[in-house]
Design a protein around this ligand. Structure first.
Ligand code: 16G
Ligand code: MG
Length: 572
C-alpha cells in the first residue's frame, strides 16, 4: 500500500467532522455534498473486494428515486448481485474512519477478509444523470488509483446496465458482451424473437408512453430506439431536458402518490409506465374512460409474468415460486396462491433479500410492490430449456421452450431492470393479446395506505416474520392486532425504514376509508409506544388519492383461453 498516496488523496477527500453514514439497504445515500469522502473510500473498498474475490467489482453512483440534490453509491458483486452483507460492515467502517485511521482500517479489513494486496484488481464504474454524479465518480477513480487497479468507467448508465456489465465480464462473456451495444443487441434480439410468435398487431397495442423520471432511463432508451422493432413504438416523457430528476414524476412518485406523473399527457386507456431515476424500477398505469387512474404495480407485474411462465412450464418438473415482501397487496398474494396455485414466499424489504430467496427455485419470480423485480432461472432449468429448443420433436412443446429461452435472454437476471422488464411485459401482452385493462382486471387491489412517523430512535422497533410482526417496543404488536380486528380484510405492519429516519406504516382493508383509518390508528400507536417526535400524526382529511373501483366479479380472460384476442395456447 502506498501510504503517501493514501495520505495525499484522502486529504483531498476529507471527511466532514462528526458525520456518520451507514451502508444501508441500497448502499450509502445522502446529500451529495456529504459524499465525496464516501465515494473515494468506496473506490478503495471496491479494489479490496475485487482482490478478495479475484473478480471485477462494480461501483454505481446514484441515489435512485431520491431528490436531485442527493446522491449515493453502491457496490456490485461479481455476478451482478448486491454487495455481500459481510462487506456492508467493512463499507461502514471505512466510510466513518477518521482520516488518520484509514490505513489501520484498511489493514484490518484485509486481515478479516483475507485480502491479498498483491493480487490484481478490476472495477467497473457507472453513474446516473445527477449534476453531482460526474465529480463523485472522479473521486471513486482517485480511490481506485490509490490502491492500484484497473478500471473501466462506463460513464452514464442505468444501474441495471452496470450490474449486467459486471456479470458479463466475470462470466467471460457467457451472459453477454460487457458493452452497451452488447446489452441492446441481446435484449432486442430476444424481444424480437419472442414477439415473432405473437399473432396480434393492433395499432393501439404498439404504443407505450414512458415517464423516465427525468433520469438516465430517457438517455438509454433513446440510444436503444434504433434496436427496437417496429412492433413497439415508445414515446419518451420526462427526459430530463426540462424538469428536475424525480420531481413529481417517476415510478416512486406514481406508486406512493397513486396518481399519474406530471409531464405526461394520458388519454383514456393508453398504456403508460414510469421508470425511477436510475431505471431499476417500473410501474404501469392507465386512465379509464371515466377519468379514473389505475395503477399496475410490481405485484401485478409479477402476476402477469407468473401466469405466462406457469403456462409455459406446465408439464416440466421445475419448481417455480414468487417472492414478495410484506408490502405486496393481499389480493395479489391470494390470486397467486389460490387462483394460479403458485407458491408465494415473503421476505424482508430490500432487493438482496428477494434475490437471495428467488435463487432457491428453478424459476424464481421476485418483485417488490414498488416495481423492482426480475426472474431468476437456475442453471439446471436454463440448460434443460436450451436443450429442449434443440431436441424437442413436438412442435408445440418446442415453441414453448423457445419462448422460455427468449425470456431467459430478455430478462436481466442480475437485478430488476426497468428497460428489460418493460420489454418482457410488452412481449407478454402482445403474445397474449391482453390490453392493459384486461391485465389490470386479473384481481382488484385491496385499498391500502402507506404512512410514516418520526420517532426519537427508529431502532426501538424490531420486527420478525419478514417484518410482518413487531417484537418491540412492548405492547405495540398487541395494539396493532386489536386495531386490525376492527376492519374487514385488513392487515397492518410497521417497520423502521432502511433509507430514511422514519418508521413506515402499511395498512390495507376492504375500503379506502377503512385502510386510511387503520393506518392512522397504527401510526398513533407507533407514536405513543415508540417515542414519537413532535405532534401526534393527524388524520389526513384529504380524499383518497386513488379511486379504487371495486368490480363485482371480474371476468378474467383465462390465460390459456383462445377466445379473447389471440392468446397463444402454447404449452409444454
Ligand atoms: C431501497 C431498496 C428497495 C426497498 C427500499 C425500501 C435496493 C436496491 N433498494 O430503495 O428494494 O424497497 O429501499 O426503503 O435494495 P425503506 O427501507 O426506506 O422503506
Ligand atoms: Mg432505483
Amino acid at each position: 500500500m502506498d501510504l503517501e498516496a493514501l495520505r495525499r488523496y484522502s486529504a483531498l477527500h476529507p471527511k466532514p467532522a462528526g458525520l456518520t453514514l451507514q451502508y444501508g439497504t441500497a448502499g450509502f445515500r445522502s446529500r451529495a455534498e456529504q459524499l465525496d469522502h464516501i465515494v473515494f473510500r468506496m473506490g478503495l473498498l471496491a479494489i479490496l473486494r475485487s482482490k478478495a474475490v479475484t473478480a471485477t467489482i462494480g461501483i454505481m453512483v446514484t441515489a435512485s428515486h431520491n431528490p436531485e440534490e442527493d446522491n449515493g453509491v453502491k457496490l456490485v458483486d461479481p455476478l451482478g448481485e448486491m454487495l455481500h452483507p459481510s462487506w456492508e460492515e467493512y463499507a461502514t467502517q471505512l466510510a466513518n474512519a477518521e482520516e488518520q485511521e484509514l490505513q489501520k482500517v484498511i489493514t484490518e479489513i484485509c486481515q478479516k477478509a483475507e485480502v491479498n494486496l498483491h493480487k490484481d484488481a478490476s472495477v467497473f464504474i457507472g453513474r446516473d444523470t445527477r449534476p453531482s454524479s460526474k465529480k463523485l465518480s472522479q473521486s471513486v477513480i482517485d480511490g481506485i488509483q490509490v490502491l492500484g487497479g484497473q478500471y473501466h468507467d462506463y460513464g452514464l448508465v442505468t444501474t441495471p446496465q452496470l450490474h449486467y456489465m459486471v456479470c458479463c465480464q466475470n462470466t467471460q462473456g457467457q451472459y453477454g458482451k460487457a458493452t452497451l451495444e452488447g446489452y441492446y443487441e441481446k435484449l432486442s434480439k430476444a424481444f424480437m424473437e419472442l414477439i415473432k410468435q405473437s399473432h396480434c398487431s393492433g395499432e393501439n397495442q404498439k404504443h407505450l408512453k414512458i415517464d423516465c423520471a427525468n433520469g438516465i432511463g430517457a438517455l438509454k432508451l433513446s440510444e436503444m430506439k434504433p434496436y427496437f422493432p417496429q412492433e413497439v413504438v415508445i414515446h419518451i416523457y420526462n427526459d430530463g431536458t426540462k424538469e428536475k430528476l424525480n420531481h413529481l414524476c417517476g415510478a416512486d412518485f406514481v406508486k406512493v402518490q397513486q396518481k399519474p406523473p406530471g409531464g405526461l399527457d394520458m388519454k383514456p386507456n393508453e398504456r403508460c409506465c414510469s421508470f425511477d431515476g436510475d431505471a431499476d424500477r417500473i410501474v404501469y398505469y392507465y386512465k379509464d374512460t371515466a377519468g379514473h387512474f389505475h395503477l399496475i404495480d410490481g405485484d401485478k407485474i409479477a402476476t402477469l409474468i407468473s401466469i405466462f411462465l406457469k403456462e409455459l412450464l406446465v408439464k416440466q418438473d421445475f419448481k417455480m415460486a414468487v417472492v414478495q415482501t410484506a408490502y405486496a397487496n393481499g389480493n395479489s398474494t391470494r390470486y397467486l396462491q389460490e387462483t394460479l396455485k403458485v407458491p408465494v414466499h415473503c421476505v424482508k424489504t430490500g432487493v438482496k433479500h428477494l434475490h437471495h430467496k428467488a435463487q432457491e427455485f428453478d424459476v424464481g419470480v421476485y418483485f417488490e410492490a414498488n416495481g423492482h423485480g426480475t426472474v431468476l432461472f437456475s442453471k439446471t432449468a436454463e440448460t434443460k430449456i436450451r436443450q429442449l429448443v434443440k431436441e424437442e420433436k413436438d412442435d408445440e412443446k418446442r415453441e414453448a421452450a423457445k419462448m422460455l429461452e427468449n425470456m431467459i435472454d430478455l430478462i436481466n437476471q442480475t437485478v430488476g431492470d426497468a428497460v428489460s422488464d418493460m420489454l418482457v411485459i410488452e412481449a407478454i401482452l402482445a403474445l397474449k393479446g391482453l390490453t392493459v385493462q384486461q391485465w389490470d382486471a386479473l384481481y382488484t387491489d385491496l385499498p391500502n395506505r402507506l404512512l410514516k412517523v418520526q420517532v426519537a430512535d427508529r431502532r426501538v422497533i424490531d420486527t420478525t416474520d419478514a417484518e410482518r410482526r413487531a417484537l418491540t417496543p412492548p405492547g405495540l404488536q398487541e395494539k396493532i392486532d386489536a386495531l386490525v380486528k376492527k376492519y374487514k380484510l385488513s392487515r397492518a405492519f410497521v417497520r423502521p425504514s432502511g433509507t430514511e429516519d422514519v418508521v413506515r406504516i402499511y395498512a390495507e382493508a376492504d375500503t379506502q376509508e377503512n385502510a386510511d383509518a387503520l393506518a392512522h390508528e397504527v401510526s398513533l400507536a407507533v407514536f405513543h409506544l415508540a417515542g414519537g417526535k413532535g405532534a401526534p400524526p393527524q388524520r389526513n382529511s384529504a380524499p383518497p388519492l386513488v379511486h379504487f373501483h371495486i368490480v363485482p366479479e371480474i371476468q378474467v380472460p383465462h390465460p390459456q383461453s383462445t377466445g379473447h384476442g389471440c392468446m397463444t395456447g402454447a404449452l409444454l
